[in-house]
Design a binder for this molecule. Structure first.
Ligand code: NAD
Length: 501
């Protein structure tokens, strides 16, 4: 393994020498799109082209699904014994760890996140997730129902669904791919992964590592391409038994229609959020401010459960806003993703940066005040950066408080009492995450039950573990990633009655 670069210049040299594989991975090998078409991936770090990526369409999806279907029917992986599945998936995790720098560099160039975070968080989390599910392989039991008489047996078997179409977004490409690949493969399914068009490179490398780890060719396929072409073709394909989708609520709704128009495939949806922090007057404000600032500025605010709406009691709002700004200045510097000190990097692409800047402008027209940041930054890099921003004194009915901005922008809204706080927290189409900041445990208990969200944090934010389910209520979707519960959605129950008489 090469030594890890320790300066921006050294990372830049490594990036310049990189020749990422950008063809589709179908049936165990890299292949060009059937049409021969490619699209240019421009890095948000500096605006330079990093790869010509295969532009998959229905024909490539059909080939990948056919490979996945064939391998599933043959059963080499589906019926492999538990010890073998465990060995392959844990070896897959080890190979991801061994390729940490290469994968992290692809992730940073594709997505714009600081390389230090990609190394410390994204790659190890991806590997740990694959290992976590690999280790489940020999811990899943079937059941014998108590319904049968003495000469009968009623078995309840959990069986894999077949071919899983995994459609993922660009903000945490590796982690979210692992959340789906890990439990789907453990359950014995075959998979076709469709990465977001902005971030195909990490997933394409993962597929090769899976085969190196011993996964039979054709069990895991990756087809890059645009949502309207490759994503839609995958979700409409009648040989796909389930679509496991993470992305926007708008596209999540399309998944339901694709399933209805094709073969009634199952659908699991992890969609958008507008997660509130409720900060009560007795809260530890410094602790709350630290969690709020990290929660919205980490990963440039491009996090589905970013706490993007702060509901602050009117008596502490001004102090809280000043504390969030102070934490950002002291602890979460914006910088070039190859600088070791950077904690906040580039936004995914130019159009998205412009969209986020548009929301900052809209917020001011709606009457909110910029209390921090608000402008484009690091223009000289050629990349797409925005200053960490606070929009203060907003109201919950404003568009900036209702719509997902998906950037380093937090909206602060005052409230008068607990009843109003709960009403505002729930006044959103989303229900992904929420936090409550108070030292009154009775209030914490009341509020955490009253707020409709998949995860409620009390006096903390973004605590996460592979052992806890993650997902949303309302239009944040349904179905859960992570934890043993995620395995269930990639399997179904079969009842087998046996008569011995
Ligand atoms: P997106 O919905 O635009 O795209 C997600 C995926 O769907 C991509 O692979 C894309 O190519 C594909 N797609 C787009 N249009 C399609 C179509 N018509 N048919 C089929 N596939 C299509 O989302 P994004 O911009 O990549 O990601 C950001 C969104 O993802 C945010 O809304 C964020 O909240 C959400 N997200 C949710 C979670 C979660 O766990 N709940 C996690 C991360 C991101």
């Amino acid at each position: 393994m090469l030594d890890r670069p320790d300066t921006k210049a050294a990372w830049e040299a490594r990036a310049a020498a990189l020749k990422p594989e950008a063809r589709a991975f179908i049936d165990g090998r890299y292949v060009a799109a059937a049409s021969g078409e490619t699209f240019a991936r421009i890095s948000p770090v500096d605006g330079r082209m990093i790869a010509e990526v295969a532009s998959g369409d229905a024909e490539d999806i059909d080939r990948a699904v056919a490979a996945a279907r064939r391998t599933f029917e043959v059963g080499q992986w589906r019926d492999a014994d538990a010890a073998h599945k465990k060995k392959v998936l844990t070896r897959f995790a080890d190979l991801v760890r061994e390729h940490t720098d290469e994968i992290a560099l692809l992730e940073t160039l594709d997505v714009g996140k600081p390389i230090a975070n990609a190394i410390a968080v994204d790659v190890p989390y991806c590997a740990n997730c694959l290992q976590y599910y690999g280790e489940f392989a020999d811990k899943i039991y079937d059941e014998i129902a108590p319904a049968a008489g003495p000469d009968e047996l009623a078995l309840v078997r959990k069986e894999p669904l077949g071919v899983i179409g995994a459609i993922v977004p660009w903000n945490y490409p590796l982690i979210i791919a692992a959340w789906k690949i890990g439990p789907a493969l453990l359950a014995g399914n075959s998979v076709v992964l469709k990465p977001a068009e902005q971030s195909s490179l990490g997933g394409l490398l993962l597929a090769r590592l899976a085969v190196e780890a011993g996964l039979p060719e054709g069990v895991l396929n990756v087809v890059p391409g645009f949502g309207e072409k490759a994503g839609k073709a995958l979700a409409l394909n009648t040989q796909v038994d389930m679509v496991s989708f993470t992305g926007s609520t708008e596209v999540g709704k399309l998944m339901l229609t694709y399933a209805g128009r094709s073969n009634m495939k199952r659908v699991s949806l992890e969609c958008g959020g507008k997660s509130p922090h409720v900060v009560m007057p007795d809260a530890d404000l410094r602790k709350a401010a630290e969690a709020i600032a990290w929660g919205i500025y980490y990963n440039q605010g491009e996090t589905c459960h970013a706490g993007s709406r702060v509901l602050a009691h009117e008596s502490i709002r001004a102090e809280l806003v000043a504390a969030i700004a102070d934490v950002q200045r002291k602890q979460i510097p914006l910088g070039h993703p190859f600088e070791a000190a950077s904690q906040l990097g580039a936004l995914i692409e130019k159009s998205h940066m412009e969209r986020v800047l548009g929301y900052i402008e809209l917020g001011q027209r709606e009457g909110a005040k910029v209390a921090l940041g608000g402008k484009r930054a690091l223009v000289e890099t050629g990349g797409f950066y925005i200053e960490p921003t606070i929009l203060d004194d907003a109201r919950n009915e404003m568009r900036i408080a209702q719509e997902e901005i998906f950037g380093p922008v937090v909206v602060v809204i005052p409230f008068k009492d607990e009843v109003e706080a709960v009403r505002l927290a729930n006044d959103t189409i989303y229900g992904l995450g929420a936090a409550i900041w108070t030292n009154d445990m009775r209030a914490a208990h009341r509020l955490s039950r009253a707020i409709r969200a998949g995860t409620v944090w009390v006096n903390t934010y973004d605590r996460s573990s592979l052992t806890t389910p993650f997902g949303g209520f309302k239009q944040s979707g349904f179905g859960r990633d992570r934890s043993p519960h995620a395995i269930d959605k990639y399997m179904d129950y079969k009842t087998i009655w046996i008569d011995y008489r």
